[in-house]
Write a protein that binds this ligand. Structure first.
Ligand code: SAH
Length: 374
C-alpha cells in the first residue's frame, strides 16, 4: 500500500477554502506550531486569552491528532490558520507491511528534506523508530543513509513531530497489532543522534515533559560519539543507550565505522561504562551481521569480554542489503553459530526481528530507493 496525503480539506470548496485561509492568515501569524517552543505558542494566537495557547499545546503534545478539524475547542479561524502547517512536513509515502503491524512514513519538509519514521506494533509494545538528521556524515560502510551523505540536522520540532504524528496515527487509524498507544521510541532511523545533540536533547525533553513519555522507554542509538555519550550520561533522564559496535577490534571497526579512527573501541567502551555507572541503565550493543565480515567465531570471542564488562545486552541485526554496497547478510547457520558462541560465553543476546523488509524499512532505505530511482 502506498498513498500520499495532501492535507487539504476535502469538504470545502477551493474558493471557500482560500477565503477562509486569507482571513485566518490576516489574524494569526504563519509559524509552524511544532517549530515554535512550547512555551511560546501564544505567539501563534496573539490577542487570544492564554488558555488558547494551553489548548493548542495539549493538541500538539498531549493528544496529537492528524487533522486540525479534530481540535474542536479551538476557534475556526485559528484552526484554519494552522490547517496547512500543523505538521512541519507532508507525507510523501505511507506504506504498511507485516499485515498492518508495521507502518513506514517518508515525510518531506518544505525544503525537500526526506525524513523517515517506522512504527512497529508487537504483542506487548508499540515502537516508533525516528530520524534525527537528514542523511548522515559518518559513512558506515553498510548503512544506506551513510551512503548518501549528510544534508542537515533536524530541528527539535521536526524530531518530536514524528512522534506526535505516530501517536496521532495510532489514535485516529491504529495498527493491526500491539497497544494502540506509543510505548517506545528509538533513535534508529536516519542520522546520528549525538551529532545533533541540541536538537535531540530538546526533542527528548519535549517527549518527557510535554508528552509525558517515560524516559525509560526512549533509546538513543549511537555510532559511538564519545563526548556525546558522556554528555547524555549527565542529563537528568534515565534513557537507554544503544551502541553500534559491529566489530570488536579497531582494524575491522575502522573499516565498517570510519569514526572509530577518532573514537576507538577502548574510548567507546569507557564512555559506555560511564553511562551505565551514572544512569544505572544497561547499555545495549548493536551488531549488524555481515556475511564473512563480522560473523566469525573470532569476532564473537572478542565481543564477549566487552559485553560482559559492560553487563550489556547484544542485539544482533541481520544486515539489510543496500544499493551501493556488495555486503550480504550472514547466512542462517552463521547467525546461529555467532549467537550460540556468545551465549556459550555468558553473553545476553537476541536477534532483532527484521520488520518491514519488504518495504525497505531499514535505516535510510526508503529514501535511498527514491534517490536511485531518479
Ligand atoms: N547512527 C546511529 C543510529 C541510526 S542506525 C547508530 O549508528 O547507532 C540504527 C542501527 O541500524 C545501527 O546499529 C546501524 O548500524 C544499523 N544499520 C544501519 N544500516 C543497516 C543495514 N543496512 N542493515 C542492518 N542494520 C543497519
Amino acid at each position: 500500500m502506498s498513498r500520499a496525503r495532501s492535507g487539504g480539506p476535502p469538504e470545502q470548496s477551493r474558493e471557500e477554502h482560500h477565503r477562509r485561509s486569507a482571513v485566518a492568515n490576516r489574524r494569526y501569524p504563519g509559524a509552524v506550531p511544532y517549530l515554535v517552543h512550547p512555551d511560546e505558542l501564544q505567539s501563534l494566537c496573539p490577542g487570544e486569552p492564554p488558555f488558547r495557547a494551553r489548548q493548542l499545546r495539549d493538541w500538539l503534545y498531549r493528544k496529537p491528532v492528524l487533522s486540525v478539524d479534530s481540535m474542536t475547542d479551538l476557534p475556526p479561524d485559528l484552526r484554519d490558520s494552522i490547517r496547512h502547517r500543523l505538521w512541519p512536513f507532508s507525507v510523501d509515502i505511507e506504506q504498511s507491511a507485516d499485515e498492518g503491524a508495521t507502518v513506514k512514513w517518508l515525510f518531506r519538509a518544505p525544503d525537500g528534506a526526506a525524513i523517515e519514521a517506522v512504527l512497529m506494533g508487537y504483542r506487548d509494545r508499540t515502537t516508533l523508530c525516528i530520524s534525527s538528521q537528514v542523511g548522515c556524515a559518518l559513512a558506515c560502510s553498510f548503512c544506506a543513509t551513510g551512503q548518501f551523505g549528510f544534508d542537515r540536522h533536524l530541528q527539535a520540532g521536526e524530531i518530536v513531530a514524528q512522534v506526535a504524528y505516530a501517536r496521532a496515527h495510532l489514535r485516529d487509524v491504529g495498527l493491526s497489532r500491539g497497544p494502540n498507544r506509543l510505548t517506545n521510541v528509538v533513535f534508529m532511523g536516519m542520522g546520528e543522534p549525538l551529532a545533533n545533540y541540541d536538537g535531540v536533547r530538546e526533542a527528548i525533553r519535549r517527549m518527557v515533559v510535554e508528552m509525558e513519555m517515560s524516559p525509560r522507554r526512549l533509546t538513543v542509538s549511537t555510532v559511538g560519539l564519545v563526548p556525546g555519550m558522556r554528555r547524555l550520561a549527565e542529563e537528568p533522564w534515565s534513557l537507554n543507550l544503544a551502541v553500534s559496535l559491529h566489530a570488536a577490534d579497531d582494524d575491522l571497526r575502522s573499516r565498517l565505522v570510519p569514526i572509530n579512527r577518532r573514537y576507538p573501541l577502548e574510548a567507546v567502551e569507557a564512555a559506555a561504562a560511564y553511562f551505565f555507572t551514572r544512569t544505572g541503565r544497561r547499555i545495549s550493543i548493536e551488531w549488524t551481521l555481515i556475511d564473512g565480515v563480522n560473523d566469525t567465531i573470532e569476532q564473537a570471542a572478542a565481543l564477549a569480554p566487552i559485553a560482559r564488562r559492560l553487563g550489556a545486552h547484544v542485539n544482533v541485526i541481520p544486515l539489510n542489503a543496500t544499493p551501493l554496497s556488495t555486503d550480504r547478510p550472514s547466512r542462517r547457520d552463521a547467525i546461529d553459530r555467532f549467537v550460540g558462541h556468545l551465549r556459550s560465553l555468558d553473553v545476553n543476546v537476541t536477534v532483532r526481528d527484521t520488520r518491514g523488509a519488504d518495504i525497505d524499512a531499514a535505516c535510510g532505505q526508503l529514501r535511498a530507493r527514491r534517490s536511485t530511482a531518479r
